[in-house]
Write a protein that binds this ligand. Structure first.
Ligand SMILES: CC(C)(COP(=O)(O)OP(=O)(O)OC[C@H]1O[C@@H](n2cnc3c(N)ncnc32)[C@H](O)[C@@H]1OP(=O)(O)O)[C@@H](O)C(=O)NCCC(=O)NCCS
Length: 200
């Protein structure tokens, strides 16, 4: 990774979100067509991805191209900001983090993330979530949510360390690899007068 970030630029749909986001040793940038293999490497066949996410398996290069096209569409429409986590001298893609707008009117958004298995436990997801959380608040979002399976301890610890608080469990909220799963809602809420709040 270069210590000098590339020139920041504004993006359609996200005026005010300037990339790459400064994360200290980790760069968050838009996905590019050349990242197909990196996205496959993060998502395909990893037991934790299979266990905890709805990502289709096997996850092929065609799936990755479709995902990148979907993310480009969200950027263009102003409905999502999908970012690659990039680290190291070669600018290796080590993870993904995705801000999806739920409502610009209500200022609510959802965040999802994953880190490639060999890069886990080095704080990449923590730094990325902190930076995207703060960037989202800077854009005016007041409520950010994560949906995490209750047994996903790595993701749960990460979420709570970054200030997200449990609001409840949605039972049988999604299908992961053909299996119904419960999903916890963890939220980061910015109250106008009281700063960050975990509840009413
Ligand atoms: C969840 C995930 C993104 C975390 O990424 P990461 O870069 O390893 O996260 P960090 O290094 O910033 O921090 C991980 C935290 O979880 C802890 N952790 C890691 N693996 C753990 C495990 N198996 N059980 C409990 N805690 C674990 C780490 O110790 C650290 O917490 P701590 O610093 O308080 O000890 C990564 O494990 C992952 O991609 N998992 C598979 C996909 C996934 O679950 N995505 C999220 C769906 S909601």
């Amino acid at each position: 990774m270069s210590s000098e970030p590339a020139a920041a630029h504004d993006l359609a749909g996200f005026p005010g979100l300037r990339l790459p986001l400064p994360t200290g040793g980790l760069e968050l940038r838009r996905w590019e067509a050349r990242d197909v293999d990196a996205l496959v490497a993060i998502r395909d066949g990893d037991p934790e991805m299979i266990r905890w996410t709805p990502v289709p398996q096997p996850y092929t290069a065609d799936e990755a191209r479709a995902t990148l096209a979907k993310w480009d569409g969200r950027w263009d429409a102003g409905t999502g900001a999908a970012l690659a986590m990039v680290a190291g001298p070669e600018g290796e893609v080590v993870g993904e983090i995705d801000l999806v707008v739920r409502s610009w009117v209500d200022r609510t958004a959802e965040i999802a993330y994953s880190v490639a298995a060999p890069a886990r436990g080095r704080g990449f997801a923590t730094r990325a979530l902190e930076v995207v959380r703060d960037a989202a608040v800077g854009l005016g979002f007041r409520r950010l949510v994560l949906q995490v399976e209750p047994g996903n301890h790595a993701s749960w610890r990460l979420a709570t360390r970054c200030g997200f608080r449990l609001e409840g469990i949605q039972r049988a909220a999604a299908m992961h690899q053909g299996r119904p799963v419960d999903l916890a809602i963890l939220a980061y809420v910015v109250m106008p007068d009281a700063g960050t709040s975990s509840g009413p």
